[in-house]
Design a protein around this ligand. Structure first.
Ligand code: SAM
Length: 281
């Protein structure tokens, strides 16, 4: 085993332990996918809250840490935090053969992990709105016949019907197009993010025709998902997240009046602290 392979194996073990992953396939997947193939030539820029820090070295060993790496530093676009994605990929409970939609693929690192988890019997459709990044994702993922990358917005497109929609950019609301593309038992994972401060990764599961379980997986900050933000909702979400009560959320309700169980009320959707509606309700 080379040094980089040993480091990648440790990284996979570390980030999946940090992400409290239960499915051992998540560790296996992180141990297999070579992060350096998705990040362009080094040295790389590691993101911190006070700015980027150069790795100085182009040795890929440096990438096997729980750090964000700049993809387009002038636009603040980063390859996201490995332990956050490990936790979310575990929560996604991907079965082999599932149809997955990834919105905001960047250069394709987490798309490759999704592709590995669904396997060749599955399909992954990735959307990337930034043409330069989308082109890199297309070439980086060309070896995976069950993956296609579309150079367009995953907020405006009519999505394929999906078992999992995995969004890697921050939205102020679950788009109707995302919810309506979910198969029965389908999951939507997206960063629900306020205009400032921490938001959370929200897992929405379609449990019956128009009934949705919802729960927050972990805190999150992300750059914006273009076309999936509303300024007034983002402002209201600031207060909602500051109350630090979001762990009580249990279901997503749509197109019905909110009741006293509401944690947050959006335009035609709300998050409830009550269990999802029974199909019979
Ligand atoms: C935080 S970056 C993550 C990139 C990638 N998932 C990674 O971690 O390496 C978010 C990405 O979402 C893309 N994006 C933002 N809005 C989008 C939209 N409406 N449709 C598709 N991609 C979008 C951005 O261009 C950016 O590449």
């Amino acid at each position: 085993m080379t040094n980089v392979e040993a480091l990648r194996a440790f990284y996979a073990r570390y980030i999946t332990a940090k992400g409290a992953c239960r499915d051992p396939r998540i560790e296996d997947a992180f141990a297999m996918v070579e992060r350096e193939k998705y990040l362009g030539p080094g040295p790389w820029n590691a993101y911190t809250l006070t700015g980027y820090v150069s790795t100085d070295t182009s040795d890929p060993a440096v990438l096997y840490q729980d750090i964000l790496i700049g993809l387009k530093t002038d636009q603040g676009i980063n390859n996201g935090e490995p332990s956050l994605h490990a936790r979310c990929l575990d929560a996604a409970a991907i079965s082999p053969g599932e149809t997955i939609t990834h919105i905001g693929s960047g250069t394709g690192y987490y798309t490759a992990l999704l592709a590995l988890l669904t396997g060749e019997a599955g399909r992954v459709t990735a959307y990337e709105i930034n043409p330069g990044l989308g082109a890199h994702a297309t070439s980086n993922l060309a070896h995976l016949a069950h993956v296609r990358v579309l150079d367009e917005s995953g907020a405006d497109a009519v999505l394929p019907r999906s078992d999992l929609i995995y969004v890697s950019a921050g939205a102020t609301h679950p788009l109707n197009g995302w919810i309506e593309a979910l198969n029965e038992s389908g999951r939507l994972i997206f960063p629900l993010t306020p205009n400032r401060g921490l938001g959370g990764m929200l897992l929405v599961t379609r449990v019956a025709a128009d009934s949705y379980a919802a729960k927050f997986i972990c805190p999150a900050t992300f750059i914006e998902c273009i076309g999936a933000r509303d300024d007034a909702t983002g402002e209201s979400l600031v207060n909602a997240f500051e109350s630090n009560t979001h762990d009580a959320v249990k279901s997503l309700r749509r197109k019905t009046p909110a009741d006293q169980s509401a944690w947050f009320v959006g335009d035609d959707w709300w998050l409830s602290t009550s269990e999802p509606l029974d199909a019979a309700d």
